[in-house]
Design a protein around this ligand. Structure first.
Ligand SMILES: Nc1ncnc2c1ncn2[C@@H]1O[C@H](COP(=O)(O)OP(=O)(O)OP(=O)(O)O)[C@@H](O)[C@H]1O
Length: 650
């Protein structure tokens, strides 16, 4: 096929053009280079033999021929040959690699990258050849596991390497023992870095999405569908790191023997976590437990992991127990306010910060508003992170002394965790999301449905949005005709109302429908875009019919229960009506015949009216109970919740 110039990239130090289409419909790319960039002439690479095959392609041992006027050299290199990429994406991928190469220059803990080339239509990453990997070393050991001392040593090397990449805004997303390469001094280096990250937004010819987001056994919950359940963030690598450490310690790959679908179901839906071996130094155990928090904001950062590993490295194993500088029991993952210590350590307060009391997790209302609006005037810290702070609150003379973990920083009116809306909508993603961080300079990071990674911008682009929390009832707005996610309808065709059971880090709502009876494989939970729903409560339901319909949303058993009650009452009424008619007939027949009997009938009729004393008592008791409840709970909604709970239907 005739040549076709695709791009002459002005900023990069290489140009590339597509010239020929091969049998696989992927075109051979000829690149001219000024030699200062990462581009390597494909004729300078001679593939020798394949070292292995992974989800992202094959790794080859190769020779790189370099020649100039005064020298000629041959280097042994490793070449990662990626799966074919659609030719209209070649430019985007090359640009991303170019960016990654320039960012990785000079980093110590990551595999040394030589350059990039394209061989046989496939993109190839040329890198330093290492003698082996941690995975290879494990395979040589009995039981496939490493000594704790080595695991801690490698863990420290790797955490440092990952932190270097994170400092350049690069996520690894594919941490696993076979990608931990060992150098001549037996130090672990990150190999294969950034392949899933580079391919994150690139459409692939194959629909096997999970495989290009990472290696299933090591993937975090948000990594399976970052656009839907994401975004992926630095702490996504904490999950992969935790999996790798567990494997190094046990010799068993996480979720070993499960299919890709099973793993996805186990991690994403069932929210199960890999099992952690016992007998670890408490600090290490604590940090690894934290790596498997479902919500990535609650996981430790690489700095936290590095700190824990370093502090445990000198611990000595004695008679089945750990002694050493950090010997202590594993602290609770959740602090008193319901957040993990890792969550709380992501932001530390400074004098001058505006603060307010922190809401409990998954709540839209503050539990206690000791500090509705204050300013930090003093810090009282025993360690770097934990400690009390002095807060000046308007209207109170002396500053309050409160624990830092109970406060959240408010900058330009926003605090991490707030629900926000983009003032200028972008059709590609939901306009409503959750604020993950706000810098003191006003820079913000937000999780939105439809964006793979955190959206970055400034606070001026955002406004506050309605917040949602677990337990709330929601339904699609009536003006939404084609929702982003599937949503069930009622029998009458209108959108069903469901209850939020989980809020994802991007504001995505996982909603269950207790008012619908599900059978067999029917999905019981649905996803919702927060921009497309509205909250439903007894107070917002207009009229008694709507209020009753909302009661039905609490549980599918409400309707059958009420029908049964109705039938029972009707039967009871029918029975009494029949009895009454019979008696009046008897009364008519006996009229004038037996005066003594007349008195009896009158007496009976007077006492019962049209209901028996028993039924009258039931009704009186029910009415009294209703008033009692109304008095103590205050709203019809609370009565419904309380009563249905006591009936055991919630
Ligand atoms: N630079 C390198 N030097 C030496 N061996 C390497 C190098 N890079 C990778 N390998 C080895 O090549 C083998 C195959 O690697 P590859 O990365 O393709 O597989 P993987 O790690 O299982 O999958 P993935 O594609 O997810 O990284 C592994 O054993 C790995 O340790």
């Amino acid at each position: 096929m005739a040549g076709q110039v695709v791009n002459n990239q002005p900023t990069a130090s290489f140009d590339f053009e597509l010239v020929e289409e091969d049998s696989d419909h992927f075109r051979t790319v000829v690149v001219s280079s000024n030699q200062s960039g990462p581009w390597i002439d494909p004729t300078a690479i001679k593939l020798r033999h394949r070292l292995g095959r992974g989800p992202f392609g094959d790794v080859w041992l190769a020779t790189h021929h370099q020649a100039a006027e005064d020298y000629e050299q041959y280097h042994e290199v490793a070449v990662k040959m990626l799966h074919p990429i659609r030719d209209d994406n070649v430019k985007a991928v090359l640009n991303k690699w170019y960016d990654l190469f320039s960012k990785c220059q000079g980093l110590e803990g990551v595999c040394s990258l030589h350059g990039i080339t394209i061989i046989g239509g496939k993109m190839c990453i040329v890198m330093k050849f290492y003698e082996g990997s941690v995975g290879d070393k494990m395979a040589r050991f009995k039981g496939g596991k490493l000594l704790l001392h080595d695991v801690l040593r490698y863990g420290i090397d790797l955490a440092q390497g990952i932190m270097e990449l994170h400092s350049k805004e690069i996520l690894v997303l594919n941490l696993k023992p076979s990608n931990f390469l060992l150098n001549e001094s037996d130090r672990a280096t990150l190999g294969d870095l950034g392949v899933p990250y580079v391919l994150l937004d690139i459409p692939f010819p194959t629909t096997d999405l999970p495989r290009r987001m990472g290696t299933p056994n090591y993937m975090a919950p948000e990594q399976w569908q970052p656009e839907v359940r994401g975004p992926v963030s630095f702490e996504t690598d904490s999950w992969g790191f935790g999996c790798s450490i567990v494997e190094m310690l046990t010799g068993i790959q996480p979720w070993c023997g499960k299919s890709v679908d099973d793993i996805q179901n186990t991690i994403v839906n069932k929210q199960e976590k890999p099992r952690i071996p016992g007998g670890l130094p408490p600090t290490v155990e604590n940090v690894i437990v934290g790596c498997f928090e479902y919500d990535f904001r609650s996981r430790p950062s690489m700095a936290d992991i590095l700190h824990a590993f370093k502090s445990s490295q000198n611990a000595v194993y004695h008679d089945g127990g750990w002694t050493g500088p950090d010997y202590r029991t594993v602290p609770d993952q959740l602090s008193t306010c319901g957040y993990t210590e890792w969550f709380l350590s992501k932001d530390s307060l400074q004098v001058g910060d505006a603060v307010r009391s922190r809401k409990p997790p998954n709540s839209s209302k503050p539990e206690n508003m000791e500090v509705p609006d204050g300013t930090v005037v003093g810090l009282e810290r025993d360690t770097e992170r934990n400690g009390f702070v002095l807060v000046r609150v308007h209207g109170i003379h002396d500053p309050l002394r409160v624990h830092g973990s109970t406060l959240e920083r408010v900058t330009f009116g926003l605090a991490a965790g707030d629900w926000v809306r983009l003032k200028k909508e972008d059709k590609k993603h939901s306009p409503v999301g959750i604020l993950h961080s706000i810098g003191r300079d006003g820079s913000v990071a937000v999780g939105f449905i439809g964006v793979n990674t955190l959206w970055k911008g400034i606070y001026l682009e955002l406004e506050m949005a309605e917040s949602y929390c677990v337990g709330q009832f929601v339904r699609l707005k009536s003006n939404v005709f084609s929702p982003r996610f599937e949503w069930p309808r009622k029998r009458a065709g209108e959108w069903a109302t469901g209850r939020i059971c989980q809020v994802l880090p991007n504001g995505g709502l996982v909603v269950k429908f207790p008012g619908r009876l599900t059978f067999g494989d029917e999905t019981s939970s649905f996803l919702a875009n927060p921009a497309e729903v509205e909250a439903v409560s007894f107070n917002t339901c207009q009229g008694i019919v709507k209020k009753y319909q909302h009661l039905e949303d609490f549980h599918w058993a409400v309707r059958p229960l009420l029908i049964a009650l109705g039938l029972f009452t009707a039967m009871k009424l029918g029975f009494f009506a029949g009895k009454k008619i019979r008696r009046s007939k008897v009364k008519k027949l006996n009229k004038g015949q037996n005066p003594a009997m007349q008195g009896d009938v009158q007496h009976d009729g007077h006492n019962s009216g049209w209901l028996s004393p028993k039924v009258a008592n039931i009704i009186t008791a029910a009415t009294t109970r209703l008033w009692e409840l109304r008095w103590s709970f205050g709203s019809l909604e609370d009565i419904a919740v309380s009563e249905t709970t006591s009936l055991g239907v919630l």
